[in-house]
Design a protein around this ligand. Sequence first.
Ligand code: L34
Length: 291
Amino acid sequence: MTLLDGKTTSNQIKDEITEAIAKRKAEGKKIPHLAAVLVGSDGASMTYVNSKVKSCERVGFRSTLVKLDASITEETLLNEIKKLNTDDDIDGFIVQLPLPKHIDDQKVIMAVHPDKDVDGFHPMNVGKMALNLPTFLSATPYGILELLERYKVETSGKHVVVIGRSHIVGEPMSILLAQKRRYGNATVTLTHSRTKNLKEITLQADMIVAALGIPEFLTGDMVKEGVVIIDVGITRVDDPSKPRGYRLAGDVHFESVSKKASYITPVPGGVGPMTIAMLLKNTLLACENKD
Ligand code: L34
């Protein structure tokens, strides 16, 4: 069994970006500037956004954190987005999800200018992605493709079962893995909460992408020997024995599944850090697009 080490791989990618930035500086080119909008104070969202800002510092990007109260109106948020859209120094920005219930996610995503949409969530960019045209690939699926590529885990002709149909992971992942592209060309089955006989399907999988958000859902009896496992889940589970009072759990029951897997991503240290590295890559691309 080989661990697909997202922590180490993301650090390699950050080193590569740091080099690219040094080169841009030497050439007198613009330094990428990422803005992140955080609405409210959800603990996990604060952790992820802080980590994004810190990663910008590490690679030599500029960054701006826009913190807004959970009680702001949708109109105020849309106005903030307008400002970021028209600020020439900002190359790309993200609005961290989830948003408070009174704000319409889709409206917010559609307000972000597609050229600055480094999350790749705008319908224009989702459409381009689905047509295999150059665009910003959303960071989590992009990070998974990058991890497979760097570990040379072939997907061509393989049966990949994706569990979960979210707009940010399951749906784009299933599209990308089926495409005619490097680390694509898979036969993809997209499963979700209405799928019948899931275990019958997962037992046929050469690779499983678990992205449903239920801790330790996928167990050893549901997978075949030699399977490749990508665990996208990251849930804070109460654990009084831990200093923070919780532990991080993936969607995969690591102990039982890792006994059968040929490759597996850990949680933490798997897909999460790759998401951040690919956001940086997209921000660099947004800046390069303006050169
Ligand atoms: N707009 N919203 C927008 N863009 C995104 O790309 C995200 N996502 C998801 C949630 N909402 C978003 C993230 O940034 C999930 N996500 C994310 C990013 C980083 C990590 C996990 C999820 C991460 O760094 N995980 C660490 C552990 C961090 C911890 O201690 O909690 C890991 O090792 O998995």
